[in-house]
Design a protein around this ligand. Structure first.
Ligand SMILES: [Zn+2]
Length: 151
């Protein structure tokens, strides 16, 4: 198992030559996953280990790690932070000014909007083309605001 790295302020990451564009509704965890897949990594953990990227702080939504991911992707850090959930531990989460709990999130299965997926990736071979949407994480959101689809 790879050692968990801290997100160290001041550490910089160069923009990767092979990356993906950040979608306005896409949380940091999804962007990191797609960048790893785009680069041909066998897993996101392995990708982060190879480039010494602080994956755990990113998944906790720490501002420093989000800024470092924005450097890798060449995107706006504030826009990425706007759609990323902050995890404070013990089931406490925050998105912007709203608090959430474990029950707020769809955790047992990955939920997507099939119409959005179909619109963005014509084949499963390029799964990195499909950004996961922030709204797919919330168990209380049962329909897609972009398509006329309910789950
Ligand atoms: Zn949709």
């Amino acid at each position: 198992m790879a050692k968990s790295l801290s997100a160290i302020p001041g550490n910089t990451f160069p923009q990767l030559p092979l990356t993906v564009p950040h979608a306005a509704f896409e949380p940091a965890s999804s962007l990191l996953s797609r960048i790893a897949a785009r680069g041909g990594a066998s897993s996101m953990q392995r990708f982060c280990g190879d480039i010494a990227f602080p994956v755990d702080p990113l998944f906790r939504g720490e501002k420093v790690a989000i800024g470092q991911l924005a450097q890798l992707a060449g995107c706006d850090a504030a826009a990425l932070e706007w759609v990323s959930v902050r995890h404070f531990g013990k089931g406490h989460f925050r998105l912007r000014d709203e608090f959430a709990s474990l029950q707020s999130f769809q955790r047992l299965r990955v939920r997507v909007c099939p119409e959005c997926v179909r619109a963005e990736a014509s084949t499963a071979a390029e799964s990195w083309r499909v950004p996961r949407r922030l709204q797919w994480k919330f168990s209380s959101i049962r329909s897609c605001p972009e398509q006329d689809v309910c789950s």
